[in-house]
Write a protein that binds this ligand. Structure first.
Ligand SMILES: O=C(O)CCC(=O)C(=O)O
Length: 358
């Protein structure tokens, strides 16, 4: 459908400047600049010197500092066999959406699990995170060491953050492509974060399908994970694309997802320690990380409520359109049947299907 392809190009030309780089600002914008040049245009940017004077930047990279300070805190740890939580896995021959095994444990034990993930024979990757405002609950003793909110964003958006989250991991953890209904200000405290970004208008390139929800379950006795499907079955709409397939699966992944691999390249950016990324609401993002000298990547992000406005309504409309790829039915569609869903679940926007030929 050539109109949808034209939209991908037009958005890049008109609003993103046909530039494959995310804009880098030298300093923080004023609230008006932020609103006018970025929020209203749904356009990401990175601030190189955001003028944050947080004790966190010097204190948190020292592992003994965090262990002492959080000696009586229980924190949530996400455990997976391979660092890929909330991702599509093959379970007994069919695909499902697997969430991490989540455990609450003393910080000291949790951070040791992150370090041990690096050991050669380790079968477990630990990522300290919980996207439920964990910084203001589990890590509240660190509250005075960074800002409670980002003042220019708070003023522009007219509210305080809905959630503040802390992320501590290493190079083994990655976050699969997804979108959030938040304006996200993502601050890297230590190490680096590597983002792949795609605007909401590229929704059909993500091959969102309905997957049965499953959970990893970790048995400490056996030291192994099993995947357990949720009962009763619950379907989760999730992006099917893995942008970094292994050399062995690259060819088949490219055949399954031609609109992703043959279309415009995602915006690729690295956010260094001390920098802030503005990740606009509804942008698809995939995240990897590189650790600091102590083996950790640490970040705090601020989720502000988005406006559910006309852009949101347009996006829902676009998503509801059945995009007929000029490549013909992909391997994914052949494997999943015409509906494109992995099991007999409703496809997103099924009721509003509009099919158009090129
Ligand atoms: O840092 C990560 O691993 C993921 C961050 C993310 O997905 C988010 O902030 O919405």
């Amino acid at each position: 459908m050539k109109e949808v392809k034209k939209l991908w190009e037009e958005v890049r030309e008109l609003s993103l400047g046909n530039n494959s780089e995310v804009e880098r600002l030298n300093s923080a914008p004023t609230p008006l600049q932020f609103l006018r040049d970025h929020v209203s245009q749904n356009k990401p940017f990175i601030i190189k010197k955001p003028n944050l004077h947080w004790p966190a930047f010097s204190l948190w990279p020292q592992p003994s500092y965090l262990s002492n300070k959080l000696s009586s805190s229980l924190v949530s740890v996400h455990l997976t066999p391979n660092g890929r939580a909330d991702s599509i896995v093959n379970h007994l021959g069919s695909l499902c959406f697997a969430s991490a095994h989540v455990e609450r444990m003393p910080f000291d034990e949790a951070i040791k699990l992150v370090s041990n993930s690096n050991l050669q024979d380790s079968k477990l990757v630990a990522y300290l995170q919980q996207q439920n405002d964990c910084f203001r609950s589990e890590y509240s003793v660190l509250g005075s060491e960074c800002d409670e909110h980002i003042p220019w964003a708070t003023e522009a958006l007219g509210c305080y953050p809905e959630a503040v989250n802390l992320w501590i991991g290493n190079h083994l953890s990655e976050t699969s492509f997804h979108k959030d209904h938040y304006e996200n200000l993502y601050v890297v405290v230590s190490g680096k974060k590597h983002f792949l970004l795609l605007p909401p208008t590229d929704v059909h390139r993500m091959y969102i399908r309905q997957y049965p929800a499953a959970n990893y379950s970790y048995s400490q006795d056996v030291g192994e994970f099993t995947v357990e499907l949720e009962r009763p079955i619950r379907f989760v709409p999730w992006c099917s694309v893995n942008p970094y397939p292994s050399p062995e699966t690259r060819e088949s992944e490219m055949a399954k997802f031609p609109s992703f691999f043959d279309g415009p390249k995602p915006f690729e950016c690295t956010v260094n320690a001390g920098e802030i990324l503005y990740l606009p609401s509804m942008w698809f993002h995939h995240v990897r990380q590189s650790p600091d000298d102590n083996g950790f990547t640490i970040a705090v992000n601020y989720w502000y409520d988005m406006q559910f406005d006309i852009k949101y309504a347009y996006f829902n409309f676009l998503q509801s359109i059945h995009y007929k790829s000029p490549h013909g039915p992909t391997l994914l569609e052949i494997e999943c049947g015409d509906s494109g869903s992995v099991a007999s679940a409703p496809n997103e926007g099924e009721a509003d299907k509009v099919t158009e030929d090129e």
